[in-house]
Design a protein around this ligand. Structure first.
Ligand code: HEC
Length: 214
């Protein structure tokens, strides 16, 4: 009898031990999950400040995009792709400088696959692009983010989505990009990575960095 009772005790203890082990494992995997999440987690700014940065960021992007795509279209109409190449560049527009000055911001377009190496996303910007990429929404165009970068500066980010107009210079080689145009592009940008896109793809992001530290 005594032996049985002892055996039962032992059984109970091992069941308890097993249970705690399972619990521990569950907790651990939760923690690991959290740690993983934390890696991509981006620090949001305070609510009111965030809304101000968001409104300003949206306005800057909208004005820049409208100017850029309007001029780009016009340039293609006037002189075809070779003539228009210089217009897909923020430096071509005095508007970018005046917006930077008026709002004390740094305006950039960055991407994982740059045509101009100066537009290569840094690790922080990559994490922003990856976050947009992971969002399984139909219309990325309406989405944006306000976060603080590694130095604590507020950053507004919004996606750059490939439209029809973009394909003749960023679409698939041998299909949408005319061979003669491709030759010009490759001559100017021997390390070009910015082709092969389809309509609706994420091309990169607008990255508007504000000055204030709070
Ligand atoms: C006429 C050809 C042309 C068209 C059309 C065009 N681009 Fe570009 N794009 C370029 C060139 C050339 C560059 C490199 C500019 C530079 O030297 O900074 C570029 C650069 C970019 C960049 C900066 C990142 C990088 O790869 O250097 C983004 C973002 C971009 N294009 C998006 C677009 C989008 C979105 C459209 C459609 C609205 C578009 N482009 C249409 C030629 C074009």
């Amino acid at each position: 009898m005594k032996r049985n009772a002892a055996k039962e005790m032992l059984n109970k203890t091992s069941t308890l031990l097993l249970l705690s082990l399972v619990l521990l494992l569950v907790q651990c995997s939760n923690l690991i999950g959290k740690a993983k999440e934390k890696k991509v987690e981006l620090t949001p700014t305070s609510d009111t400040a965030m809304e101000t940065y968001r409104t300003t960021g949206k306005l800057i992007v909208q004005k820049s995009f409208e100017t850029l795509s309007g001029q780009l279209l016009q340039a293609i109409k006037t002189g075809g792709v070779p003539h228009a190449l210089q217009y897909c560049n923020l430096k071509a527009y005095p508007l970018t400088d005046s917006l930077s000055e008026a709002y004390q911001v740094d305006i950039k377009r960055v991407t994982l696959k740059p045509r101009n190496a100066a537009n290569q996303a840094d690790p922080f910007e990559k994490s922003l692009i990856n976050t947009f990429e992971k969002l399984a929404v139909n219309n990325l165009a309406g989405v944006n983010m306000v976060v603080r970068d590694n130095e604590g500066l507020p950053v507004f980010a919004s996606p750059i989505v490939v439209g029809k107009l973009c394909l003749q210079c960023h679409g698939e080689k041998g299909k949408v990009i005319a061979d003669t145009d491709l030759k010009v592009i490759e001559r100017l940008y021997p390390d070009d990575q910015a082709t092969g896109y389809r309509e609706g793809d994420l091309r990169g992001i607008w990255r508007i960095r504000f000055q204030e530290t709070q």
